[in-house]
Structures are given as structure tokens and as C-alpha cells.
Design a protein around this ligand. Structure first.
Ligand SMILES: *Cc1c(COP(=O)(O)O)cnc(C)c1O
Length: 449
């Protein structure tokens, strides 16, 4: 442990990596004065930024169809609509997921059915068998904070029941599962370019699929029902027109998104190397358990999670790490859905559009905290250590040393204090933890299902 309190590194992923490449592409759009993707100065030759983003993303994923849209949430709403999911249908969604994983299903008219996560903090594959009913149409999988969900058992369980698999890759672009990129395992995938994501353009999203019909319907849904020439050149229109929305991406957004897409794997490899440095040391500490991943090698690595034995110990870890200038709050706001206001009310914009209308009392079983003992337990006990583009190997070593020092105090009551200057003694915040035998690593409880 170094003697001085190390300053906090500048946080951030894609946003922290913005530089000359983004500037050059944005300036190109501005100087041409062509900000709309479907036509510019020459009606015969539309500008190419959004089209190039789609082409390069498709090549990276090895998928035939990618569509740029206005946000990750828009992408979710479009995929659900394009897949024909609507009133009377059910979609399985992990209880621990981003707001729009739930709200996009509600806005489609279908009912989100909440599933427990496992210790990877992704959908527990066993939940698909438990929750599927004759009304279930799809499973929405979230690759939580950089790491792939267990796609093989998930796809087997879902496809075996005729369910459509949507991969939400907003938090894990560039991650792989068994050597193949996330977004290529299911039937359709979404990505986000919101500010807080590994790739950012402030806002923006992508839909990726190998399903031709889904692509055509997604194009129509995102562009007022239209199917313009650049898309017809990729695959001709077959589906009848229907009333769509307007979720197009602008050329300016596409310029930033394209520069960021080109940096994705470099950013990932940087985070991965830092995480590996820290993990090697934390894995040796008894009494804490690293987040077990479906594919460790495929993790993006921008956030390292470990579990403490109790929520109180996790809170003490966070307080003391924070006092040591270690970032230890989750980067992305993900919540148990059942604790959110829109779930507790069960409302849609118009009450008649709510898939929960008429259910009484509400919240019904399946939408209350007590129905998710495993998700409750796991999400109360983790400590998250975000990494970022501006973090160095020395930062990583300091994070590892800080966790070791705090661990020594909290788990064994041994003040192996890193420095006299650090405010790591706040007795009220730390329950007296029972000493643990050094070699008995805690096991995260196995699934009750
Ligand atoms: C951020 C996020 C989204 C939505 O993306 P936006 O572009 O902000 O609409 C969807 N799903 C997950 C898991 C996310 O983290």
C-alpha cells in the first residue's frame, strides 16, 4: 500500500475517450451541412454516416442487419413491436434490470414477467421454465454491466419453448460469450449510445438481427412506416406498411457513434487488463466472493463486483473504500424493478393501456420484493468497483491494495491500516464481523428454483 491517499482517477468509458476521431467525423457532417440521414444536398446521394455506422456494426457482429435508432429504449420498443409482441402477450424480464427493460414491454401492451437473477446478476436461465405460460412470447436478456448472461442455456430454454430471445447489450457491447459477441446469440439485439455507456454519442441506439422480417418491420416502425431506398437496397420490402413512429438517428449522432464503435475493442481490452490485475488479488481474499460470470474471459471488465457476507459488511466496504478515494458506486443505475414507482403503480400513460389493469390487489405476486428472495439477497450484498478509460495500472493496484486493507479490517478486525491519514475508522458503520477461517470462501447461495 502506498503511503498517500491516491487521487481518484477520472471516471468514464466512451465519453472519457472522446477525441480527434469524433471531432473529425462530426466536422465532416457539419461542413457538408448534411445532418439528416436520408437526404442532403444531392437527393440522389444521401449522406453516409448512419449508413456507415450500420455497416460497420453489422461487420463487427457478423450479422446481416443493423439499424441505427434514437436510443436504446427506442430500440427495445421497436424490437418488441417489430416482433409483433403486444396486448395479451408476456415477456420474461430480469427483475434486476434497467427501467426501459420493463417500460418498453408495458408500452408495447404486453406484460413484463419478472425473473430472478443468479449470482452473475444476469437472468437465471432456470427462470424460463418456471415462468413460461401459453402467453409468453419472448425473453429479454440483459448482459449486466459488461458481462454476458449464460446465453447457451437461455437460448436452449427459450427456443425449446418457441420464445423469441432479445439481447439487451446496452451495458456490454464488445463482451463475448464463448468467443462470440453478445448480440449474436439471440433473435434480435439492442445497443445504446447514452452518455454512461461503453460507447456513447450522448443518445442513440442500434438494433441488430439476422431476421429479415424483423429488420424490415423495425425500419418501418422507426421511420413512420416508410421503407426507404437505402434499406430496400439491403433487402427489398415485402411486409405491408403499417403506422410507425419516428425514432431515426441523425448524422451528427451517427458521426460520434461511429468513432466510438471503432474504439470499442481497444476500450474493452484496456478495462479487461485492469480488471484482471485486481481480480488476481481479490480472488485470494476469504470472506468475499467475486461475481461469478457465465464467461469470465468475455467480460468487458469496466466494473468489478464482489459479494460480502451481509449487506452491512458491503456497506462498510463501500464507506471505507470511498474514504480511501476508491470509486465504489455502481456506474449504471440498475434497480430491482419491483421497487420502482412505475411498477408499484402498474400504470401506463392511459390506464386502459396498462397490461396490469383490473388486477387487484396490486402489486400482485411476482411484482413485490418478497417474491424475489434471491435477487434481494444478491443485490444487497455486492460492492461494485468501476474502472474506466483514464484508469492506469497504478490505479488498479491502488484499488486492489485498498480492498485488501479494508478487507483485513472488516473481515478480521485487524486494522492493517494503509495510512494514518485515511479516515477508515468509523466504528458505527462496521458491525463486528465474526472472524472467518481463512480458506472457506463464501459461496453465493444456489438458486431456490
Ligand atoms: C441504458 C440502458 C438501456 C437504454 O438505453 P437508452 O439509450 O438510455 O435509452 C436499455 N437497457 C439497459 C440494460 C441499459 O443499461
Amino acid at each position: 500500500m502506498t503511503a498517500a491517499l491516491r487521487p481518484r482517477p477520472v471516471p468514464g468509458l466512451g465519453a472519457a475517450a472522446i477525441g480527434p476521431a469524433e471531432e473529425a467525423l462530426v466536422l465532416d457532417v457539419l461542413r457538408r451541412q448534411e445532418l439528416f440521414r436520408y437526404y442532403g444536398n444531392d437527393p440522389q446521394r444521401p449522406p453516409q454516416m448512419a449508413a456507415t455506422l450500420e455497416k460497420e456494426a453489422a461487420a463487427l457482429l457478423g450479422l446481416p442487419y443493423v439499424l441505427a435508432v434514437s436510443s436504446g429504449t427506442a430500440a427495445l420498443e421497436i424490437v418488441l413491436g417489430a416482433a409483433g409482441i403486444g396486448p395479451g402477450d408476456e415477456v420474461i424480464v430480469p427483475a434486476w434490470s434497467w427501467i426501459s427493460c420493463f417500460t418498453s414491454v408495458v408500452r408495447s401492451g404486453a406484460r413484463p414477467v419478472l425473473a430472478e437473477v443468479d449470482a452473475s446478476l444476469c437472468l437465471d436461465p432456470a427462470e424460463i421454465a418456471r415462468l413460461t405460460t401459453p402467453r409468453t412470447k419472448a425473453v429479454l436478456v440483459v448482459h449486466f454491466q459488461g458481462a454476458a448472461a449464460a446465453m447457451e442455456p437461455i437460448v436452449l430454454a427459450a427456443h425449446g419453448r418457441g420464445l423469441f430471445v432479445i439481447e439487451d447489450c446496452a451495458e456490454a457491447p464488445g463482451a463475448t460469450y464463448r468467443g462470440r459477441r453478445v448480440g449474436t446469440w439471440g433473435d434480435a439485439a439492442i445497443f445504446s449510445f447514452q452518455h454512461n455507456k461503453p460507447m456513447t454519442a450522448g443518445e442513440g441506439g442500434l438494433i441488430a438481427t439476422r431476421d429479415l422480417r424483423l429488420y424490415e418491420r423495425a425500419v418501418r416502425l422507426h421511420d413512420l412506416g416508410q421503407y426507404r431506398a437505402p434499406h430496400a437496397a439491403i433487402t427489398p420490402a415485402r411486409e405491408p406498411a403499417f403506422a410507425g413512429g419516428q425514432y431515426r438517428m441523425s448524422e451528427l449522432t451517427a458521426a460520434v457513434a461511429l468513432a466510438q464503435l471503432r474504439k470499442l475493442d481497444v476500450l474493452r481490452d484496456h478495462c479487461r487488463a485492469l480488471k484482471a490485475r485486481i481480480t488476481a488479488r481479490l480472488a485470494r481474499l476469504p470472506g468475499i466472493t467475486l461475481r461469478p460470470l457465465a464467461d469470465d474471459a468475455g467480460d468487458f471488465g469496466f466494473e468489478l463486483y464482489f459479494y460480502a457476507r451481509t449487506p452491512e459488511i458491503a456497506a462498510a466496504f463501500r464507506a471505507r473504500l470511498d474514504a480511501l478515494n476508491v470509486w465504489c458506486q455502481q456506474r449504471t443505475g440498475t434497480y430491482p424493478q419491483y421497487r420502482r414507482e412505475y411498477v408499484q403503480t402498474g400504470l401506463a400513460a392511459n390506464p386502459a393501456l396498462s397490461p396490469f389493469r383490473g388486477i387487484s390487489p396490486w402489486p400482485a405476486p411476482g411484482y413485490r420484493a418478497e417474491d424475489f428472495p434471491r435477487t434481494e439477497d444478491l443485490t444487497a450484498r455486492f460492492v461494485a468497483l468501476p474502472l474506466g478509460w483514464k484508469f492506469t495500472a497504478d490505479d488498479a493496484d491502488y484499488i486492489a491494495a485498498s480492498v485488501e486493507a479494508v478487507h483485513g479490517e472488516i473481515c478480521f478486525g485487524e486494522p492493517s491500516r494503509p495510512t494514518a491519514k485515511t479516515a477508515v475508522t468509523s466504528p458505527s458503520a462496521t458491525p463486528p464481523a465474526a472472524p472467518r477461517p481463512p480458506l472457506s470462501r463464501d459461496k453465493v447461495p444456489s438458486s431456490p428454483h
